[in-house]
Ligand binder design. Structure first.
Ligand code: FBP
Length: 555
C-alpha cells in the first residue's frame, strides 16, 4: 500500500515548466546587466546603510556557456508563514545546483532562521527531495518566524556556515525575511565572509511585489483554494436561500487575497481595507453599509448573501487602528505597564486594566463598544514584532453580530422586514499548504533554479526573479533583482529602519478598479461565480490559469 494519496503519487511525476533560458541552458547562463539601480525611496540613507550591496544592476539571464565550477555547499531556509510551492523552490534549487556541479550539496536549515542561528540542518539528498516534489507544506525542513536582525545573530550564522563549509544561503521568505536577507548579504560582504545570500519571494498574502517582482509564490494556490471554498458556500447559499455568510480570508495586512477571491467569485459584498483607510470609514459606517445591502436584498426577497472580509481589516479602520496602537504600547514587553498587564490573572482584569489606561475618550469608547470576545482577542498574544495576531481576531463574527444588531434596530423603526441568519467562516490555514497549482509548481521550481543560477554566476544580495508571469511559461524570463532596490526607510516601533516596502492594494490599479465597477451589480443580484477546485491535470486553459490580479495588472 502506498503511504501517499493517489493524487500525490500522480503529481510526483509532474515536471515543472521552466523559463526557456533555463530549460535550454540549464543553470549556465550569462547575466545581462542593466544600469546601476537605486532603492525605491530614501536613496541616500539606504546607500549609506548598504555600501557594499547598493546599486547593483538588474540581471536578465541570457544563454551562457557551460563552465567548470568548483563544488559548493549551499544552505536554504524557509521563513515565515507556509505558502504552497516551497518544496518546489527547494527542488529547483537542488536540481540547479546539481546542474552546475554534480558534487554540489544542499543543506536545509531546520525551523526557519533559528536553524541557521543554531546550526541545525538536514543534508538534502536526491531521494529526500524527490519525496517532496510538487507537494504543499514546508514540512521538509519546516519554517519559523525568528528574526535575523542583529550582528550577534549574523556572526552566529557566519560561524555555522564556516563550520559546515556552507558558502551560500538561500532565504525563502516574505518582505521581512528578505529584508533580513538583504542585511545579512551586506554583513557578509562587509566582513569578507565569502558567503553569498539570495532571496526568493514567498507569501500567500501577495504583498511582496513591485515593478520587478510580479507576485510572491503561494498567492496563486491559496487564492484558488479559498475561491473554491467561497464558491461552494455561494452555491449552498443560493440553494438554501436562508443564510448570510461572513467569510474572513487571510492576509496579515494587505487585502490582495480578498480582492482576488472577489474577482474569482463575485460575492455580494467584499471590504477592501485599503479603501477603508483611504476613505477613513468608521466601523459604524462599514456596518451600516453591509446592513443596507442586507436590507435591500431582503426587500427583493433575497435573505442570503456572501460577505468577504480581509483578515487585516481591523487595523485599517482608522479608530480601531489607533486603539490597537495604544493597546500595543500598553501591553508591550519591556514597557512600564506591560509587566503589570502580564501579571494579571483573568481576562476581565486585563480588560479593566487597559480600559482605565486608554487616555483618549473616543479611543476608550471604541474599545468598550466592542464585544467582550473581540476585546479579549485584541489583548491576546503578540507576534515576534509585538503586533496583535490579526488572524486570531474574529472580525467575521464582529461584523455578523454588529450587522444583526443594526438590522434589529431598523426592524424596531420599521425600516427592515427581512430574515437574517448569519454563518461565519475563516479561510486561512486551509490554503497555505495546499498542493501547489501548476502555476505555483512551475513558478517555484523556476525560482529555485534561478537562485542556483545566480549563485553559479557568483551573485549575492539578489532576489531570484521570474517575469512575464501572466503569459505561458514558454514566455517567462528569469534573472535577479537587487534586494536593496526594494528597500526604503519606515518607522517601526519608534525607530526608522530599512525595510522592503510592503505592497498594499492600489486603489488606482486595474484589479481594484474592475472590482469597484462590478460590486454594485454583484450586491443586487446573484452573480456568483463557482471556480471549482484546482485542476492539476487537463487542458492548459483550466490548469495553468494565472490569478485575475496578475492578469489584470500585467496585461
Ligand atoms: P507570511 O507573511 O510570513 O508569508 O505569513 C502570512 C500569513 O499566512 C498571514 O496571512 C497570516 O496573518 C499569518 O501568516 C498567520 O501567522 P501564523 O502562521 O503565525 O499563524
Amino acid at each position: 500500500m502506498p503511504s501517499i494519496s493517489a493524487l500525490q503519487q500522480a503529481r510526483a511525476s509532474y515536471e515543472p515548466k521552466l523559463p526557456p533560458v533555463l530549460l535550454q541552458n540549464g543553470p549556465f547562463v550569462d547575466a545581462n546587466l542593466g544600469e546601476p539601480t537605486e532603492s525605491v525611496d530614501d536613496q541616500g540613507t539606504i546607500k549609506g546603510l548598504f555600501p557594499n550591496t547598493y546599486g547593483l544592476p538588474v540581471i536578465q539571464f541570457v544563454p551562457g556557456n557551460q563552465k567548470e565550477l568548483p563544488p559548493i555547499r549551499v544552505g536554504v531556509i524557509l521563513s515565515g508563514g507556509q505558502a504552497p510551492g516551497g518544496h518546489n523552490v527547494i527542488a529547483g534549487l537542488f536540481d540547479g545546483l546539481k546542474g552546475l556541479n554534480e558534487d554540489n550539496e544542499l543543506y536545509g536549515f531546520l525551523g526557519g532562521p533559528s536553524g541557521l542561528i543554531d546550526g541545525e540542518y538536514k543534508a538534502l539528498t536526491e531521494e529526500i527531495v524527490d519525496e517532496y516534489r510538487n507537494t504543499g507544506g514546508f514540512d521538509l525542513i519546516c519554517s519559523g518566524r525568528t528574526k535575523l536582525d542583529t550582528e550577534e545573530k549574523f556572526e552566529q550564522v557566519a560561524a555555522n556556515c564556516k563550520r559546515l563549509g556552507v558558502s551560500a544561503l538561500v532565504v525563502i521568505g516574505g518582505d521581512d525575511s528578505n529584508t533580513n536577507a538583504c542585511t545579512l548579504a551586506e554583513y557578509m560582504a562587509a566582513h569578507d565572509k565569502g558567503i553569498q545570500v539570495i532571496g526568493c519571494p514567498k507569501t500567500i498574502d501577495g504583498d511582496l511585489r513591485n515593478e520587478q517582482i510580479e507576485v510572491s509564490f503561494g498567492f496563486d494556490t491559496a487564492t484558488k483554494v479559498y475561491s473554491e471554498l467561497i464558491g461552494n458556500i455561494m452555491r449552498d447559499a443560493n440553494s438554501a436561500r436562508k443564510y448570510w455568510h461572513f467569510i474572513k480570508v487571510m492576509g496579515r495586512s494587505a487585502s490582495h487575497i480578498a480582492l482576488e477571491c472577489a474577482l474569482q467569485t463575485h460575492p455580494t459584498a467584499c471590504i477592501i481595507s485599503e479603501e477603508v483607510a483611504e476613505k477613513r470609514q468608521t466601523l459604524g459606517e462599514l456596518v451600516d453599509h453591509l446592513a443596507d445591502i442586507v436590507r435591500k436584498r431582503a426587500a427583493a426577497g433575497m435573505n442570503f448573501g456572501i460577505v468577504i472580509i480581509p483578515e487585516g481589516l481591523i487595523e485599517f479602520i482608522p479608530e480601531v487602528g489607533v486603539l490597537m496602537g495604544e493597546i500595543n504600547e500598553l501591553v508591550a514587553d519591556g514597557s512600564d505597564t506591560g509587566a503589570e498587564f502580564q501579571a494579571l490573572d483573568t481576562m476581565d482584569e486585563k480588560i479593566a486594566f487597559v480600559t482605565e489606561r486608554i487616555d483618549d475618550e473616543n479611543t476608550r469608547g471604541v474599545f468598550t463598544s466592542l464585544p467582550d470576545q473581540i476585546q479579549a482577542q485584541l489583548l491576546g498574544d503578540r507576534d515576534p514584532h509585538g503586533n496583535v495576531q490579526v488572524s486570531k481576531i474574529e472580525t467575521e463574527k464582529l461584523f455578523a453580530g454588529m450587522v444583526e444588531t443594526r438590522l434589529a434596530e431598523w426592524r424596531e423603526t420599521d425600516e427592515y422586514d427581512g430574515a437574517f441568519s448569519a454563518q461565519t467562516h475563516f479561510f486561512g490555514y486551509e490554503g497555505r499548504c495546499a498542493a501547489p497549482s501548476n502555476f505555483d509548481a512551475d513558478y517555484c521550481y523556476g525560482l529555485g533554479y534561478t537562485a542556483a543560477a545566480l549563485l553559479g554566476a557568483g551573485k549575492t544580495a539578489y532576489m531570484a526573479s521570474i517575469q512575464n508571469l501572466s503569459g505561458p511559461a514558454s514566455e517567462w524570463e528569469a534573472g535577479g533583482i537587487p534586494l536593496t532596490m526594494m528597500m526604503n526607510m519606515e518607522r517601526r516601533h519608534g525607530e526608522d529602519v530599512p525595510v522592503i516596502r510592503k505592497a498594499l492594494v492600489e486603489l488606482e490599479g486595474k484589479p481594484f478598479r474592475v472590482f469597484a465597477e462590478s460590486r454594485d451589480a454583484w450586491s443586487e443580484g446573484v452573480e456568483f461565480l463557482y471556480p471549482g477546485p484546482i485542476q492539476y491535470f487537463g487542458p492548459a486553459e483550466v490548469c495553468d490559469q494565472a490569478t485575475r490580479t496578475l492578469v489584470l495588472e500585467r496585461t
